[in-house]
Every structure is written in C-alpha cells, then in structure tokens.
Design a binder for this molecule. Structure first.
Ligand SMILES: Cc1cc2nc3c(=O)[nH]c(=O)nc-3n(C[C@H](O)[C@H](O)[C@H](O)COP(=O)(O)OP(=O)(O)OC[C@H]3O[C@@H](n4cnc5c(N)ncnc54)[C@H](O)[C@@H]3O)c2cc1C
Length: 489
C-alpha cells in the first residue's frame, strides 16, 4: 500500500495515471485496480474527496429526470445500481427514503405526467402521481398550497464522504499508488515509445496512459494536451443544514418541479440525521468561490419558508457551498484521445456522485478500446467502512464492541456521538486525514450542533498527537504508506 504526501515521486513508469482524487477519479482508480496495471492516483489536495465531492446534496439519484439518450442519463442509471450494491457491500450509509416532486400550482401539476413519461424513457417506471390529500397525509409539515406530487420511490440519500474514501481505500489496498499534495501543472506529451511526463509540485511523474478527472479544472488540464472542447463554468450551490431536531419534520426528499435552470431547491434528510435545504445555482467565474453569501442564504430561506415553514423555525447547524463543473454542453464531456493515450472526464456536473462507478467502468472501456490492454480483471478484496449513518448502529450503541474495546464507549464529540475509538481508527487508516476537517468527514466529529464549541480542543488534541502518524507529520515520501485498522461497523 502506498500513500505519499511529500517528497519526490517514485522513479517508475506507471501504466495509467489518474489526475484528481474526487469521487470520480477515485472510482476510476478503483476500477483500474482490478487489472494487472501500475496505476497512480494523483491529487493536488492533501486529502481525497476534498473538492466538489465533499460538498453536494448527497442524493443517490435514479436519473428519472436526466436528458433521455444522453451519456449522463445512461451512466447515472447504471451508476446508481452499481453504487447501491457497493454501498451495501462496504457499509456506506444509504437510506432509500424516496422523493416527492411537489407541485405548488396547477401549471406544475400539469407537468407531472410528462415528467413520469420522461422517467420511463430513462428506464425508470416506478413513478406515481400523488394527490394533494395523500401528499398532506404523508408530509404534514409541507407548506400550504401543495396541489400534488410525483413520487419517485427509489431516490436515496447517501454519505458522499464515505463513498470517495471507500473507493480510494480499496484502490490503494489493491496496489494503486496515491500521491497527495501533488498538483500536476504541466504535461510533456509522450510518443508511442516514450511515456507522458507530468510535472508536479513534487517532481516528475511518468505514465503511459493519462486520465484527466480534475473536476472543475478538467478544462484547463485538457488545454495542456491541446484540447478546447469545453470550458467549465463553476455553478455554485449553497446549502443550509438544519439541526437533528428537524429530522422528524419530513420522511422523503422533497424536490421541486425542475425548470430550465436546473433541479431547483430541495429539502432533504441526510444520512447523518439532519435536514438540508438547497442548493442555489449561481454561475460564477471563480473556481475557488465556495463561500456562502447573505443573498444565497436569504434566497434559500425564502424558498424553504414556502416548502416547509416549520423547518425555518429550527436551528441551522451549518452552511456550506459546492461548485458544480457545468460546461456549455448539456452532457458529460468524456472523451477518448487514443493517439495521445489520454482520456478526459469533464463536465461531471450535478450527478457525479451517483454516476461515479459507471463513469469508471466506461473510462476503463475507453482505455481498452484505445489500446491500453489492461489485462484480465480480478475481483477486489471488499472493504468495510466505518458507519457514519444515523439509521445504522454506531459504535457507541454497540455493547459488545465497547466490551471488547472501551475506546468505542468513550465519547469525544457529544453532538454526533463520536468516540475516541473511531477517531483513533480514522487517524490510523490507510488514507488518514490531513486536517481536522478531513477527520470530520471520516468520523463526523465537530459536525454537530455545537460545531466543535465543546469538543474542538479534544478532537484537535487527538489529531495533533504525534502517535497518530497523520500526513501532516510528513512521513518520508518513498514509504509513507499508512497501514491501519478499520473501525468495525
Ligand atoms: C451543490 C451540489 C450538489 C450536488 N448534488 C449531487 C447529488 O445530490 N448527487 C450526485 O450524484 N451528485 C451531486 N453533485 C455532483 C457531484 O458532487 C460531482 O459531480 C462530483 O463530486 C464530481 O466529482 P469529481 O471527482 O469529478 O470532482 P472533484 O470532487 O472536484 O475532484 C476533482 C479533484 O481533482 C483535483 N485536481 C484538480 N486539478 C488538479 C491537478 N492539476 N492536479 C492534481 N489534482 C487536481 C482537485 O483537487 C479535486 O480534488 C452535486 C454537486 C454540487 C456542487
């Protein structure tokens, strides 16, 4: 297992280098790990899933509303099926709570049959129209004026953090080298005989085949290889997270009727037991603009008050924003350039979490067709991820686990009931967090109602303890692999 965080990169020629360790790049690396290839996953940040993949609405979509016939529609549908099975296998929290697409006036109500037909064209036939009375019975806290809904029973909520981490962990365990803090800023294109030479902040990296999964920066990376097929316009989505006390207000994901501007503002439970309101859709020109704004939050508050006035009486635990990699095209921009031994995975905008496993399989097919000859695929050893989901037993609830190891009974973060055992395991894991923020994504510590007011110092002290061996303590690059135990579920 090799995870490096600093120093020069290995002096070898990789078969494939995947640039970008978001949910998409990590999924591709995992898929490649099934083959007898030397694969590198190269990430600018100090952690996996640190870009758009950490800040989305965390819905495992059915793809019912995708553009029929598009690549996105196909990969979302396939990706959803694959990820649902994978989540079950490795303990990624998923709750198939279903969605209600709420119509607020007769005009919207009239569009529901067309949406059902569109869903059917996307291969999804389980939608059902729900009348106003039934809707009110099932969601009594909906605001006044809802006139009906389209039920999409298979929409689910999922933990996006665990998903990326599971892919990357499984890839690394199967032999993929993960190089963090490793931004690629130049490519000397190889020839048929010589490999590509990537220049990175940590020196050169050589590879025969190259996959661009750079998310918001996929267009800029593409230009390094002479392509101008698309430009990414970051589309910001701001979200508000309401306290767990709000969770009882709703049982479904409440979707608006989509417009030409996108999916619109939803209200959704999270697997962590909160309720989420958002996102906005703001086209920007700054790819780092992940801040929240007063206007954005005011917009969400106004929308939320209409959808569910009682929700606005609850406390807001956190606000955050993510940037979708929107382009001028209406579909994913996945392009193979066989002559360059290069595949671009661009324009993975608002559905990439759901589609990630199908994108990965598609990319490996493209590499094969382009002549990469990956060899015979083998099964991967399954991973078991720590459970962050509120609907599943957590360590503090498991007497037998605590009896065997009292650290699972020692709560450090009381809002989220995170134990010292879970924090210890995360810090010792194969891909340890490089920051307290990364630790939060692995354990939920600091993510609760007090946002670290009470437990912040204790969590920080555990993170800073020299024994945990996190990357910030800079193990030598050549053998800075981290081997660790997994938290049992
Ligand atoms: C508000 C919002 C809501 C969303 N809701 C959902 C949802 O409910 N369901 C769903 O399925 N999807 C959703 N999405 C979409 C989903 O989050 C994205 O499609 C997905 O995270 C994209 O993953 P990625 O790996 O392509 O990009 P990223 O996660 O951004 O990863 C790209 C990585 O590449 C790295 N990188 C960039 N350039 C370089 C370089 N030169 N060298 C090295 N590394 C580099 C970056 O640091 C980054 O970590 C939502 C998105 C947003 C913003």
């Amino acid at each position: 297992m090799t995870v490096t965080v600093s120093g020069p990169l290995p002096d070898e020629v990789y078969d494939v280098a995947v640039v970008g360790a978001g949910v998409v790049g990590a999924a591709i690396a995992r898929e490649l790990a099934r083959y007898p290839l030397r694969t590198a996953l190269v990430e600018a940040s100090g952690d996996v899933g640190d870009g758009t993949s950490k800040a989305n609405t965390a819905i495992l979509h059915t793809g019912f509303d995708a553009v029929p016939g598009s690549l996105e529609a196909r990969l979302v549908r396939e990706g959803r099926d694959r990820l649902a099975v994978y989540a079950e296998e490795c303990g990624i929290p998923v709750e198939p709570i279903g969605a209600l697409l709420v119509a607020w006036d007769d005009e919207q109500l009239a569009t529901l049959p067309a949406l059902a037909r569109k869903a059917a064209r996307n291969g999804y036939r389980r939608t059902r129209t729900v009348c106003a009375d039934e809707l009110r019975r099932r969601e009594p806290h909906l605001g006044p004026g809802a006139v009906g809904a389209l039920e999409v029973p298979d929409e689910s909520v999922i933990c996006p953090w665990t998903t990326t981490l599971a892919y990357a962990t499984q890839a690394v365990r199967a032999g993929v080298d993960l190089h963090l803090n490793c931004r690629v800023d130049g490519v000397s294109e190889g020839s048929r005989r010589s490999p590509h030479r990537l220049s990175t902040g940590r020196g050169p990296l050589r590879t025969r085949w190259l996959v661009n999964a750079a998310g918001l920066y996929a267009d800029e990376f593409d230009r390094l290889l002479g392509h101008t097929d698309f430009s990414v316009t970051p589309r910001r989505g701001q979200l508000m997270v309401f306290d767990k006390l709000a969770r009882g207000l709703l049982t479904h994901i409440l979707l608006p009727v989509p417009t030409a501007l996108g999916k619109g503002v939803l209200v959704s439970p999270t697997v962590y037991g909160n309720v989420m309101l958002g996102p906005t859709a703001e086209d920007l020109d700054d790819k780092r603009a992940t801040g929240s704004t007063a206007e954005g939050l005011a917009f969400l508050t106004e929308k939320g008050r209409r959808i569910m006035p009682d929700l606005l009486e609850e406390e807001v635990t956190a606000v955050y924003a993510g940037l979708r990699a929107a382009t001028e095209h209406d579909d994913y921009m996945i392009r193979s350039h066989p002559g360059q031994r290069y595949v671009t995975v661009g324009g993975i905008r608002s559905t990439g979490l759901t589609a990630s496993m199908a994108i990965a399989a598609y990319v490996v097919d493209l590499l094969s067709e382009a002549g990469a000859e990956p060899g015979t695929a083998a099964d991967l050893v399954p991973v078991t991820m720590p459970n962050l989901g509120e609907a599943f037993p957590r360590p503090y609830e498991r007497a037998e686990l605590i009896a065997a190891d009292p650290a699972y009974g020692a709560i450090v973060c009381h809002c989220e009931r995170v134990t010292r055992g879970e924090i210890r395991d995360a810090l010792a894991a194969d891909i340890p967090p490089s920051s307290v923020e990364g630790l939060r994504r692995r354990t939920r510590a600091l993510g609760g109602r007090c946002q670290g007011f009470y437990c912040g110092a204790a969590v920080r002290a555990l993170f800073d303890a020299p024994s945990h061996g996190a990357p910030s303590y800079g193990a030598p690059a050549a053998d800075s692999s981290s081997h660790g135990s997994e938290a049992a579920r």
